[in-house]
Ligand binder design. Structure first.
Ligand code: NAP
Length: 345
């Protein structure tokens, strides 16, 4: 049986953790790696991943050259949250005839905010007979796919609320930075305004995906600016110390509106003082449904697993741009990945 050959594109925290997970899985093989960081280019992948075992792969800084030299089936892409930034990176993968799974939040449901990029990616993927997906824990699962699945036994749905209350103190460094951890309140607001930090990206896409699945025509999607959550005490996280009066994390809220009615409400709260994390979905309808995941799902582990568990579904999917609502239900793919794949080519 053929292995599924994979190129790791973007070797930050998430890209590295995905690459390590791939190396553990039977039926998957890493054949190439790409990053722009000077300190990584030319290095052996094993040293970037901090592995003892040597891999015969050095990190390339030139995606086009790598694609023309190495045959692969799929790219796992984890470089940035903004679709406009990753568009050319992904287009390059598609032009090289490679399937793509990306953790780019805005790719998870790009049709509303970036319709022309979405249609160009779809066109290019179809022309090359490959498939492209944006996924992760959120967007990708907790605030869209899971609530959508929970509406399956409903005869009627009036509104949906999702609340994610997350402990951020054990998340990756880049995550803690992007939610403003340990900044002063003023610097937090300035960095959010100047887009130097993003806060959480994806509420707009999750609302768009829920509305598309339910065929709801929303009059507006309102994403409120993130509000800092200030720490009253000193807190040490895995990578920072937060002093009293500094930012411990943030709260982001977004609404999907039909007229003045909030038919979808997403609340994302993530900070280093959360004592009891949880993810909660409430559906008002017939019947009402309420689901609470006590302890919440660790966002980094969840994202890595979602990206890898999506591999067989993407290898079997129809060509083009797909979202989580176009795919069969994902599951943990615990055994040989090749058993799940019907080779298309
Ligand atoms: N959907 C979800 O649920 C979910 C969950 C987790 C993460 N994410 C997203 O996944 C992405 C990766 O996360 P992360 O924490 O690993 O980010 P990160 O630490 O910033 O890593 C990104 C890596 O990609 C590299 N890179 C940037 N531009 C590149 C390019 N043009 N070509 C090749 N490499 C490039 C970066 O290099 P430099 O450092 O030199 O720029 C860095 O090494 C982020 O956008 C994050 O928000 C999504």
């Amino acid at each position: 049986m053929l292995d599924i050959n994979i190129i790791s594109y973007g070797l930050g925290s998430i890209g590295c953790q995905i690459a390590k997970f791939i190396l553990e899985k039977e039926g998957l093989k890493i054949v190439g790696a790409i990053d722009v960081a000077k300190e990584k280019i030319g290095k052996n992948l094993s040293s970037v991943l901090e592995l003892e075992k040597q891999l015969e792969i050095s990190v390339s800084g030139n995606a086009e050259a790598l694609f023309s030299n190495i045959g692969a089936d799929l790219v796992i892409h984890a470089t940035s949250s903004r679709l406009e930034e990753v568009y050319h990176q992904i287009l390059g993968c598609l032009k090289a005839g490679l399937n793509v799974i990306s953790t780019c939040e805005e790719l998870s449901f790009p049709y509303s905010k970036h319709p022309s990029i979405a249609s160009e990616l779809d066109r290019q993927a179809k022309a090359k007979g490959v498939t492209i997906l944006g996924t992760g824990i959120n967007p990708g699962f907790l605030m869209d796919t899971l609530p959508i699945m929970l509406t399956s036994p409903c005869k009627e749905v009036k509104n949906i609320k999702v609340r994610r209350v997350m402990f951020s103190g054990n998340r990756r460094d880049s995550y803690q930075r992007k939610i403003g951890t340990s900044l002063s309140q003023d610097v937090f607001r300035k960095m959010i305004n100047d887009e130097k930090i993003t806060g959480h990206v994806g509420l707009f896409e999750s609302i768009s995906m829920i509305a598309a699945a339910l065929r709801w025509k929303l009059s507006n999607i309102e994403v409120l600016p993130p509000e800092p959550i200030i720490s009253e005490n000193e807190v040490k996280t895995t990578c920072m110390t937060i002093k009293p009066g500094q930012v411990a994390g943030l709260k982001s809220v977004a609404y999907g509106l039909k007229g003045k009615e909030k038919v979808i409400t997403l609340e994302f709260i993530s900070h280093a003082n959360v004592k009891r994390p949880y993810d909660e979905i409430s559906i008002r309808g017939v019947p009402n449904i309420r689901q609470k995941i006590i302890g919440g799902i660790h966002g980094d582990i969840g994202t890595i697993a979602m990206a890898v568990n999506a591999i067989p579904k993407i290898m079997n999917a129809k060509p083009g741009l797909v979202t989580m609502i176009d795919l069969p239900i994902l599951s943990a793919t615990l055994h040989d990945m090749r058993e799940h794949v019907k080779w298309r080519k």
